[in-house]
Design a protein around this ligand. Structure first.
Ligand code: F0G
Length: 356
């Protein structure tokens, strides 16, 4: 059975492998496992731009619009396609939630079993639901993400599984396409790129993408890469392993990132920075973005915005891109629903309830 339609008039949605094939490690022999990922909106954020001032333009790259609701799908389409080409028997990943949701979805599409190892009690409910519904085999361990990734590395040595965490280079290859898309829309690279930093794969992938696009003549400059960590889970910022990372932004609750060195290089080579945001700043930014720009991001994603809002001096007329990495609906418990009283279905009562 082929997973893609071969019929003459079938106009399938093109995924990112089709669009950026020549930059990716695929060949004619690779069976493409795609859910129509990538090509996410780059939205001009007028109110955020006004808050930064100095004629700066801020754009949001909304990766919550990917098929499973996060940027992980970019890496997963490449990693799962390559796994199928190499006749893998099963996939495995450790996750703070989004990788497992994405791996489970692409494994279902490919028809291959998927195992996910999660830190017990620390996965946002929407993400856990996704892994269940897509039929992944789920193991919750008494430990954090770093412990889960160690388990996965050890299990992979047995040869039964292909690891689809970002330590798999095919994941990074897929994720670098987000930088291509930014350049394709803006006409050149931005001056600054803000994104949350957890296991540090994504910042490394964006940097690889920006460099590759510049080398191929598609852009003239490179952005400063700014990674934002949660204050209670900030190993790169403090330059030491955090044994017991804590943050409301569970997606980036990581104390010993796998791509630490690559992230450090990206930040240093780009003359960027690593910053921290408190849980309060993260939640405030999440709400502000939802209420002023109409974008509902999950807490970890709002860290990009929290980091941007800390900037004291931005050069005038800078072009700034913030990646929103995952959809807010994945973590419905992060913000509170206000109290709503039931009202009789009469105009007077409804107007009074509305405060008119
Ligand atoms: N934002 C979200 C929503 C994430 O899920 C993650 C990572 C990050 C940011 C950080 O990206 O790890 O490449 O630095 N989530 C991983 C997971 C760890 O298991 O879903 P990173």
């Amino acid at each position: 059975m082929s997973i893609n339609a071969k019929g003459a008039n079938v106009n399938q949605t093109r995924g990112l492998i089709d669009r950026y094939r020549r930059f990716l490690p695929v060949s004619e022999a690779t069976p493409i496992v795609s859910l129509g990922e990538g090509n996410t909106p780059l939205i001009y954020a007028a109110k955020l731009s006004a808050r930064i001032g100095g004629g700066c333009e801020v754009f949001i790259k909304n990766e919550g619009m990917n098929p499973s609701g996060s940027f992980k799908d970019r890496g997963m389409t490449v990693a799962v396609s390559k796994s199928m080409e190499n006749h893998a028997r099963a996939l495995i990943c450790a996750s703070t939630g989004n990788t497992s949701a994405s791996a489970a979805a692409y494994a279902a599409k490919a028809g291959i079993p998927c195992a996910v190892i999660l830190p017990a009690g620390k996965i946002a409910s929407g993400k856990l639901l996704q892994a269940f519904v897509h039929g992944a085999k789920i193991v919750a361990i008494e430990g954090n993400f770093d412990d889960a990734l160690l388990m996965v590395r050890q299990l992979a040595e047995r040869g039964d599984f292909v690891v689809v965490n970002s330590i798999n280079p095919d994941r990074i290859a897929g994720q670098k396409t987000a930088a291509f898309e930014v350049v394709d829309v803006l006409g050149d690279a931005p001056d600054f790129h803000f994104l949350p930093l957890g296991n540090a794969g994504n910042i490394s992938a964006y940097w690889a993408g920006y460099r590759e696009y510049q080398a191929s003549g598609k852009s003239t400059k490179l952005p400063a890469m700014i990674g934002i960590q949660a204050a209670g889970a900030a190993p790169v910022f403090h330059n030491r392993v955090i044994e017991n990372p804590q943050t409301i932004a569970t997606a980036i609750r990581i104390g010993n990132p796998a791509s630490w060195q690559q992230a450090r290089s990206a930040i240093d080579e780009s003359r960027g920075a690593v910053k921290i945001a408190s849980d309060e700043e993260i939640l405030d930014s999440q709400k502000w973005l939802a209420q002023n720009e109409g974008i509902f991001a999950e807490p970890a994603s709002a860290a990009s915005i929290a980091g941007l809002l800390q900037l004291k001096e931005v050069p005038n007329k800078s072009r700034i891109v913030c990646t929103v990495t995952g959809h807010g609906l994945k973590d419905p418990d992060a913000q509170r629903i206000g109290k709503i009283e039931a009202t009789p279905p009469k105009i007077d009562n409804v107007l009074r309830a509305l405060g008119f």
